[in-house]
Design a protein around this ligand. Structure first.
Ligand SMILES: Nc1nc2c(c(=O)[nH]1)N[C@H]1C(S)=C(S)[C@@H](COP(=O)(O)OP(=O)(O)OC[C@H]3O[C@@H](n4cnc5c(N)ncnc54)[C@H](O)[C@@H]3O)O[C@H]1N2
Ligand code: MOO
Length: 344
């Protein structure tokens, strides 16, 4: 039995990001982890643009009550109007390039216009309503570091930097083997008195997917060593990470560890001084990671969150600290020896 900190340190120093990389288009990049630095291919905005619909003019020339001749118009993506001189202005729309000679936009709510004349009628305030060239980022700026999780925020940055695709780390492939004679598929327990619904692999698969893994197989084994050994071989052939649920303890039919013995299982640790979840174990077999979770659903979910999730993060090129953050809080009340089925 080892302490939690020691177990986590062992895991963190042993799991390497070795699954390789692949190029994915932006539409498939959400939730993936960047394997390259992202630099801006263009500046944003590319030139000074208006932040409002209104009229562009020279700031030094702007005066409430004054009139200006409208010499052209500027639309987002359109041609630039002629240069604007003193006493002149140009019609402008949000996102359109500022015409030469202009450095201020007066919102149209503060003007009236007729024919080719615009008059400033309202208090147009201190804001110039101009977004300077490269005020978001400049061409060549480093915007995203390798190891960044591609969240919606990172995706909009990638696209805004004119990057149509990204190099990302490959997703870990996971196989889950649920063990236990008493287990039946959810929905079938009501008809069989001594059975219980197989819930653990459902929750653990959802958690693994949430943290970037693909589920290659959900397998099911009785508490019979021979058939479990066959399942172990099958799972190791298709996955980077094999998760076994149940059978982690010392009962006569607890084979989770033994089912990998023929596959040269090397344990990283077995049993951690935590509650719930003491029987959790992690090892290597045939170059794959094997994670043994206790069968109790609460224990399995807690140990999956504490050990499987950082393992997946490390395999995907992230750091364990990206997915584990700690907050010390006082207990709301005394904790007895029994835990509820689902922690609230
Ligand atoms: N003599 C000892 N007995 C136990 C110890 C110990 O140290 N010495 N540890 C206890 C602890 S702590 C735990 S946790 C459990 C873990 O046992 P196993 O991993 O061997 O799990 P099982 O015995 O197979 O099942 C425990 C419990 O969970 C239910 N289960 C199992 N798999 C699923 C599943 N996929 N979905 C839903 N429920 C599942 C199973 O029916 C049992 O009720 O061992 C203690 N014993
Ligand atoms: O600690 Mo076990 O994991 O009690 O349920």
């Amino acid at each position: 039995m080892i302490g939690f900190d020691e177990a986590l340190a062992l895991l963190t120093s042993s799991v390497r990001c070795v699954l390789g990389t692949e190029q994915v288009p932006l539409a498939q990049a959400h939730g993936r982890v960047l394997a390259e630095p992202i630099h801006a291919a263009i500046s944003s905005p590319r030139c000074a643009v208006s932040a409002m619909d209104g009229y562009a003019l020279r700031n030094a020339d702007a005066l409430r009550g004054a009139s200006y001749r409208i010499v052209g118009e500027s639309f987002a993506g359109g041609e630039l109007p002629p240069a604007v001189r003193i006493g002149e202005c140009a019609r402008i729309f949000t996102g359109a390039a500022m015409p030469e000679g202009t450095d201020r936009v007066v919102m149209q709510e503060n003007c009236i216009a007729g024919g080719d004349v615009m008059k400033i009628t309202g208090p147009f305030g201190p804001g110039w309503h101009v977004r300077d060239a490269a005020s978001d980022f400049a061409e060549g700026d480093l915007l995203l570091q390798p190891g960044t999780l591609l969240t919606p925020r990172a995706i909009v940055t990638l696209a805004g930097a004119d990057q149509p695709a990204a190099l990302v780390y490959k997703k870990p492939r996971v196989a889950i083997i649920a063990t236990g004679d008493e287990l039946v598929p959810p929905g079938a327990a009501r008809a069989t008195p001594r059975s219980i619904p197989e819930s653990v692999s459902c929750g653990v698969a959802a958690m693994a997917e949430q943290y970037g893994a693909t589920i290659e197989a959900r397998l099911w084994g009785n508490d019979d060593l021979l058939s479990l050994q066959r399942l172990a071989g099958r799972a190791l052939a298709i996955a980077n990470v094999v998760i076994v649920t149940g059978g982690a303890s010392v009962g006569e039919r607890d084979h989770a560890n033994a089912m990998f013995a023929e596959q040269e299982l090397e344990l990283l640790f077995s049993k951690v001084a935590i509650k719930p979840g003491k029987p959790v174990w992690i090892g290597r077999s045939q170059g794959r990671w094997v994670v043994g979770l206790p069968g109790n659903p609460v224990s399995a979910m807690v140990t999956a969150r504490l050990f499987l999730v950082p393992m997946l993060a490390l395999l995907e090129g992230r750091r364990a600290g990206d997915v584990l953050s700690w907050l010390s809080l006082p207990l709301a009340g005394p904790v007895g020896p029994k835990l509820r089925f689902w922690p609230c």
